[in-house]
Design a protein around this ligand. Structure first.
Ligand code: LMR
Length: 340
């Protein structure tokens, strides 16, 4: 009797052990949850560093249950393909610039591209951290996308092989743009010829003369070496480049609640990191390009600044039907209210 009990016990223990091993092996075979995060800029940029910071924090907070694979510099996908890949689930996370949400059907994001709409970073924060920012991210959901956060880059400079001081200097010149109708209208208002090109193709397009000039942030110009193939950069700060970090909705909602919470925490901290350091990244890039001696900076006089503003003023009215009157008004109201 005694030996029967112990053999039953042994059997039970054996079954339990086998079950435990099977599930442990199963878990190992399944491996961690992988999030592919694709982007188009260099690692040493605000977005590049943000993606690395998110990886570090996400893997730490989930104790390795999530693995973040970052693919920088268009190594996996270029601008247009990365958005398609996200919708198909081939990648899970992206941070496209706001100028690239048109092809997703979220044209309202192009409000960020309107010339001079953001006077400074404080105005930007009032937009992105308030109701306007939340509302914009919400509009992605019917497209199968969840918007997690806004990441900074910075204000843009204009570059070319001839000095750009007056609006008339743009006449007839070809400029590379991101896929935003607002940016198209901006260059047309200056009498230039805009051409949409993927970010990864800009250096070569500038070098070979496919386009004459470009607009970007100093950190992008520096890390992509655009300054080596452009003689002048006008420090115009006429517009802004920033990002919305987005994930595939089906994937995000299927995650266990605890993991999603840990990833949200990692994203929150990565966002603070990016937004606290983006200005310095751009200042450093400006200084490094200047030190290279390869590019000359142009500061606009107050009269020239006023002439640029005047030339670009019609863009907002022209783009109202595309972006929506309400979006533009709410954006301007938030940007210009310093009540909070
Ligand atoms: C560009 O395409 O010029 C930039 O928006 C790239 C980026 O993601 O900063």
């Amino acid at each position: 009797m005694e030996s029967r009990t112990s053999s039953t016990g042994l059997l039970k223990a054996g079954i339990a052990l086998a079950w435990f091993l099977a599930s442990a092996i199963g878990a190992l075979a399944d491996g961690p949850i992988v999030i592919k995060f694709s982007h188009v800029v260099a690692v040493e940029t605000p977005k590049g560093k943000g993606a690395e910071k998110f990886k570090e924090l996400a893997e730490k907070y989930t104790s390795g249950r999530v693995k973040i694979e970052v693919y920088p510099n268009s190594t996996l996908y270029k601008d247009k393909e990365e958005v398609e890949a996200l919708q198909l689930g081939a990648v899970q996370m992206l941070a496209p610039s706001m100028a690239k949400f048109g092809p997703l059907g979220a044209k309202e994001f192009e409000v960020f591209d309107l010339p001079y709409i953001l006077p400074d970073k404080a105005a930007l924060r009032r937009v992105t951290e308030g109701e306007v920012g939340k509302g914009l991210l919400k509009r992605l959901e019917p497209r199968g996308i969840v918007g997690l956060s806004f990441w900074d880059n910075g204000f843009k400079v204009m570059s070319a092989n001839k000095p750009l001081r007056e609006p008339a200097d743009f006449r007839g010149m070809k400029f590379r743009i991101q896929s935003s109708k607002v940016l198209e209208a901006q260059f047309k208002a200056l009498g230039a010829l805009p051409q949409v090109l993927p970010f990864s193709d800009v250096y070569q397009a500038l070098q070979t003369g496919v386009v004459d000039g470009s607009e970007n942030t100093p950190s992008n110009m520096y890390t992509q070496k655009h300054f080596e193939v452009q003689k002048y950069a006008t420090l115009s700060n006429h517009g802004y480049i920033g990002y919305a970090v987005i994930v595939n909705k089906k994937f995000w909602e299927a995650l266990p609640d605890d993991i999603r919470g840990e990833l949200e925490q990692a994203m929150k901290e990565a966002t603070t990191f990016v937004n606290d350091s983006a200005q310095k990244d751009n200042d450093d890039a400006l200084a490094a390009m200047k030190a290279s001696g390869k590019i000359e900076y142009i500061e606009l006089t107050p009269e020239q600044k006023a002439a640029w503003r005047k030339a670009l003023e019609p863009v907002a009215a022209e783009m109202t039907s595309r972006i929506g009157k309400e979006t533009i008004e709410a954006f301007k109201k938030a940007a210009n209210s310093d009540a909070d």
